[in-house]
Design a protein around this ligand. Structure first.
Ligand SMILES: Nc1ncnc2c1ncn2[C@@H]1O[C@H](COP(=O)(O)OP(=O)(O)OP(=O)(O)O)[C@@H](O)[C@H]1O
Ligand SMILES: [Mg+2]
Length: 381
C-alpha cells in the first residue's frame, strides 16, 4: 500500500453541506453504505453522512471494526460504495478512480520504498506531472524542510527512526499539494513519546497548510487533542459528530460517553421534575439532573470523575457523605475511589489535583461531603 497522490485538479467553488465548524464545507459524504460479501453480507457502513470544512481536521473515532478505514478508503476511491455520493469542493468524486481524486494518504505503516532514498520517496508522487528535475528537487527539499528533515535527501528509510520515516511518508503525501489529506492511524505504529511529539507537529503542519483532513483513530486522546471535530462511529454509523468539548461534555449516548473519557455509571430511574432516583423506598437517593432526561424509566446516570465535587458548599444539591477507600496516582492528579454512605455497593471515582489531595482524608480516614453537580450529570436510557 503506497501513499498515493492523485491529480492536481481542484474544485474552486464550494458546496454547502452539513455543519463544519471551520470555513466552508469542502468534503461532503452523503448517505454512503457498504456491504462486504454481496447481498446478505456484512454491512460495514450504514448510510453515513459527513461534512468537513475547508481546512478542518476531522477525526473518525470508534472501536475496532466500526467502519473507519472502510469510510476512508471509499473517500479515497480505493473501495467502491454500494450507495451514496461524495463531493470535494464543487466536484463529485463518486465513481472517480483514486488518481483523479486529488488527495494525499497516509497509513499506519509508512510504506516507504526501502531501496529508494528519502528524496526519491518524496519525489515519487511528483513524477508524470511534467515537472522538471530542478523544480522537483526544490519541491522535495521544501517538503523535507516542512517536516523537519531538511538535509536527509540521500538517506535510506532503514537509516531513519520510525518517527522520521513517518515524517517522510507525510512529506510524500503532501508533495503534490493535494486538497485533501487522508490519514489512517498514522501514528499507531510509533511509541508513546514519539507519537505525542508527532501529534503536535502534524497538527501544526495541517493548520499551516490549511489542508482539509480526515484522520482515522481509535485513540480518544489523539482525537481529543488533534481534532477540530470528531465523528464517533459505532457499527457502521456515525453516532455523534461535534467538537471535542461537545462530544466529551454532551455525549449523545451511553456509548459515546463510555468510549470517550472515563465515567461513573450509576443505575437508577428517571423521575419527574429533573430527578433521578437510585435505590428503592426509604433508602432511595434522589439526585437533581439539569440536562434533559429520557422518558421516565430505568436508566444510567453518568458523571465524569473530574466533575465530582469534593468538600462542596453546603447549599450544593446532590451532596453525599463518603470516605476514600483507595487512590491511584496519575501524575498531575489522583483518582480517588470513594464509597458513599447512601450508595452501598457502588464505588465512585473522583479526580483531585495533586495540590488539593492533602486537604482530604487518607484511605480509610473520616467521612466528608462530596457532591455530584447537577449540570455535570447525564442520564441515558
Ligand atoms: N474487504 C473486506 N471484506 C470483508 N469484510 C471487510 C473487508 N474490509 C473490512 N471488512 C469488515 O468491515 C468492518 C469494518 O472494517 P474497517 O476496517 O473499516 O474497521 P475499522 O473501524 O477501520 O477497524 P480498526 O480500528 O480495527 O482498523 C469489519 O468488521 C471488517 O471485518
Ligand atoms: Mg482501520
Amino acid at each position: 500500500m503506497l501513499a498515493a497522490n492523485s491529480s492536481e485538479m481542484q474544485g474552486d467553488s464550494v458546496m454547502q453541506a452539513g455543519k463544519p465548524t471551520q470555513g466552508r464545507a469542502f468534503l461532503a459524504v452523503e448517505q454512503v453504505s457498504k456491504r462486504f460479501g454481496g447481498p446478505g453480507g456484512f454491512l460495514a457502513l450504514d448510510g453515513v453522512s459527513l461534512s468537513v470544512g475547508q481546512g478542518e481536521l476531522l477525526c473518525l473515532l470508534g472501536p475496532s471494526g466500526c467502519g473507519k478505514t472502510t469510510l476512508l478508503r471509499i473517500i479515497a476511491g480505493l473501495e467502491r460504495e454500494d450507495a451514496g455520493r461524495i463531493h470535494a469542493g464543487a466536484r463529485e468524486l463518486t465513481g472517480l478512480p483514486p488518481q483523479a481524486r486529488d488527495y494525499g494518504i497516509l497509513f499506519q505503516s509508512y510504506a516507504l520504498f526501502p531501496n529508494l532514498t528519502v528524496a526519491q520517496n518524496v519525489a515519487y508522487g511528483l513524477h508524470g506531472r511534467g515537472m522538471g528535475r530542478t523544480h522537483r528537487d526544490a519541491r522535495v527539499a521544501e517538503m523535507l524542510d516542512l517536516v523537519g528533515l531538511a538535509g536527509s535527501e540521500r538517506k535510506f528509510p532503514g537509516q531513519l527512526s520510525g518517527g522520521q520515516q513517518q515524517r517522510v511518508a507525510m512529506a510524500r503525501a503532501l508533495a503534490p499539494a493535494p486538497s485533501l489529506l487522508l490519514l489512517d492511524e498514522p501514528m499507531s505504529a510509533l511509541d508513546a513519546r514519539v507519537r505525542e511529539h508527532l501529534r503536535v507537529e502534524l497538527r501544526q503542519l495541517q493548520r499551516r497548510l490549511n489542508i482539509t483532513t480526515v484522520m482515522v483513530t481509535h485513540d480518544q486522546e489523539e482525537a481529543m487533542t488533534m481534532a477540530d471535530r470528531i465523528a464517533v462511529m459505532d457499527g457502521g454509523r456515525i453516532v455523534q459528530a461535534g467538537t471535542p468539548a461537545e462530544i466529551y461534555e454532551q455525549p449523545a449516548s451511553a456509548f459515546v460517553a463510555g468510549f470517550v473519557g472515563q465515567a461513573n455509571w450509576l443505575p437508577g430511574h428517571s423521575a419527574p421534575a429533573g430527578r433521578f432516583t437510585i435505590g428503592e423506598g426509604s433508602q432511595a437517593v434522589e439526585l437533581q439532573v439539569d440536562a434533559p432526561q429520557p422518558l421516565a424509566g430505568a436508566g444510567r446516570l453518568c458523571c465524569r470523575p473530574e466533575a465530582v465535587r469534593l468538600d462542596p458548599d453546603p447549599a450544593e444539591p446532590n451532596r453525599l457523605l463518603a470516605r476514600v477507600v483507595d487512590q491511584t496516582y496519575l501524575g498531575n492528579r489522583y483518582r480517588l475511589a470513594l464509597q458513599a454512605d447512601r450508595l452501598p455497593g457502588l464505588t465512585l471515582f473522583a479526580d483531585v489535583a495533586r495540590e488539593a489531595r492533602h486537604r482530604l482524608p487518607e484511605a480509610g480516614g473520616h467521612k466528608f461531603w462530596i457532591a455530584l453537580p447537577a449540570p455535570a450529570l447525564r442520564v441515558f436510557a
